[in-house]
Design a protein around this ligand. Sequence first.
Ligand code: LLP
Length: 395
Amino acid sequence: MTKFAKIYWMKDLSAYKNAFSKLETPFYFYDTELLKRTVAEVVRCSQKYDIDVHYAVKANVEARLLQIISAAGLGADAVSGNEVSWAVECGFPKNRVVFAGVGKTDKEIRQSLGIEAFNVESLQELEVIDQIAGAQGMVANVSLRINPGVDAHTHKFITTGLEANKFGLVPEEFAPAAELLGRLKNVRFVGLHFHIGSQITDVQDVYAQECVRATEVVKAFEDKGLAVEHIDLGGGLGVDYDNPDRNPVPDFDLWMRTIAENLTRRPGVKVLVEPGRSLVAECGSLITKVLYIKPRTARTFVVVDAGMNNLVRPALYGAYHRIDNISSNAPEAVYDIVGPVCESSDVWGSDRRLPASSRGDLLAIRSAGAYGSVMSSTYNLRDKAPAYFSEDFEV
Ligand code: LLP
């Protein structure tokens, strides 16, 4: 791995501008010191509130980041057979991996036997897991994913806990699920799983509702004679896209305190959470170069070399990412910052105030560590952006 001039960790990315200017753009830059601080804080809260943390691998699959997270003792939450295998390869013990998803294939189920729990999303899936485990002479741990009917107050594409969403079991399915579990021989019921959505900022209100609902559902299953040993509340804690420097580490304490105060659990019952975004979003930036300035009467376009193929969140969800010019200290001007892809939705931000920018300046598209690189494509036959890590930059 190439070594660059070492810069001690600081939030201001302009400190890296000389090192960055030697690299081909666009690229992802990960501040591994910030990731380590973030992971240390989640571990502190996990111990304080006795809540087991599983990193949602889907948010970012860079091996270097996964190794940092697994080394801290976290488990993993996967949504495909490949994510299960990759998590294990990056240091997560197989028996600390949970696996959710409405469409698990037979192959994915077979290769994942031995994990901590399959988060089962339908009655038919329960029967299929039973058959596949039986054929391998194994017993699979299963947790039922419940659709709790709780509104996460977030973007509709990342809301998952409403009846209209495809995820989990609804109340009419609880009795047949309990009956099936009593009959099937190759699955062992461990507990229940919930996940209501992502980028949740209304933390106290939304998670309190989720916990109240989870407490009711746990009781409903225990009344049917099924002991719930494991309650998985999913992920979803939001990050501060507006002020990544002010709040680089999300408020895990508030999240877990809300859970501890609103979920009723018997002694010995394990409570899990599955944060993805809140662990990795803020440590990542997409670094891009200004190619052209196009002044028009009503607006000035800044055309950069990163496009929606590198980070699709603005085009897909209308998501806001802060943009900093790390090369210029000039007085500010107002710009529309756009990418090179042949789609009018390839826009990074409209009416953004930035230091006066010129060709060759480097811009940092912030909070890009979660759902950035993993959702990228080669649309327009463009290259995927490589990754660099702060710990490889030395004096
Ligand atoms: N657990 C399950 C079952 C999930 O489906 C997800 C995310 C998580 C945990 C982690 O949620 P987080 O803590 O990261 O919010 N591409 C979208 C986000 C999709 C989230 C999908 N599920 C975005 O860019 O905003």
